[in-house]
Design a protein around this ligand. Structure first.
Ligand SMILES: [Zn+2]
Ligand SMILES: [Zn+2]
Length: 105
């Protein structure tokens, strides 16, 4: 979910390069699933230290491979804690647009 301060960054060539490099390093697989022995295609590259207006221009955070990890949609939501929000006891979660969705297993 791109916030206003990061919109320009996420369309920059620097990010494109860093994102491609991380996906290639991770073989386009979700690294969290891989730790569980599951093979799941990664759909995005996540910042381990979350981007903030203060650190977005710091290359050691914003584009450094050590701060990037390829994840699938489900693991990414988990990382951001969206699945733990309120409705999850009923098997529901919020997608990246904030819509309530059912978790199919
Ligand atoms: Zn995953
Ligand atoms: Zn993320």
């Amino acid at each position: 979910m791109a916030k206003d301060f990061s919109r320009a960054f996420y369309s920059s060539a620097d990010w494109e390069r860093a994102r491609d490099a991380a996906l290639t390093r991770d073989a386009h697989l979700c690294q969290h699933c891989l730790q569980q022995g599951e093979i799941t295609p990664a759909v995005m590259v996540h910042h381990i230290i979350e981007l903030t207006p203060a650190n977005i221009s710091d290359p050691s955070i914003a584009t450094d491979p050590s701060n990037l990890v390829s994840l699938c949609d489900r693991c990414h939501k988990k990382v951001h804690g969206w699945i733990r929000q309120g409705a999850t006891r009923k098997g529901l979660a919020f997608d990246s647009d904030g819509n309530l969705i059912a978790l199919g297993d």
